[in-house]
Design a protein around this ligand. Structure first.
Ligand SMILES: [Zn+2]
Length: 158
């Protein structure tokens, strides 16, 4: 996906950081974010720091199920959130308590879950996640199908 941040211009078209006629530099003021395209796939992984920043800046909202990207001068893009950042069982997809690396018991709860409920079963993704659970550091989202068709990469809208 490609985003473009839109900043307020000065009275004579000055950009943020440029000097106005009174000699004062124009401070950047974000008006909003335009979506150039939403990428080639409807699936989208949003980094938590991007989401946090976007919510702070007011161009994203998250109700726990849908991440809405409020585009500047355009329509709201609705992303269904399949999984929030965290720890998930690869056998049954259960969300497990996330203990970050370096935490005293990192992975203990996840390993206990796998041992108790999926004993003796090989990890569904043995090469990447040999323990049978995975940790994701992104919002695993999928864009509304109609909007994906309309805004995906390579489509020029009239
Ligand atoms: Zn499980």
């Amino acid at each position: 996906m490609k985003l473009h941040r839109v900043y307020e211009r000065g009275p004579n078209g000055e950009r943020a950081g440029e000097k106005l006629s009174n000699g004062v530099r124009l401070r950047p003021k974000l008006l909003g974010v335009e979506v150039v395209h939403t990428g080639t796939d409807a699936e989208q992984h949003f980094a938590p720091d991007l989401v946090d920043r976007a919510i702070d800046e007011g161009w994203m909202t998250f109700d726990g199920e849908t991440l809405v990207l409020h585009t500047y001068g355009g329509e709201d893009l609705k992303y269904r959130v399949r999984r929030v950042p965290g720890c998930y069982c690869l056998h049954c997809n259960a969300k497990l308590e996330y203990e970050p690396p370096g935490a005293p018991k990192a992975g203990t709860i996840a390993r206990a879950h796998v041992a108790a409920l999926h004993a003796g079963k090989a990890s569904p993704q043995p090469k990447r996640w040999s323990s049978g659970y995975e940790v994701i550091h992104f919002y695993d989202c999928v864009l509304d199908a109609k909007q994906h068709a309309q805004f995906k990469a390579g489509v020029t809208s009239g």
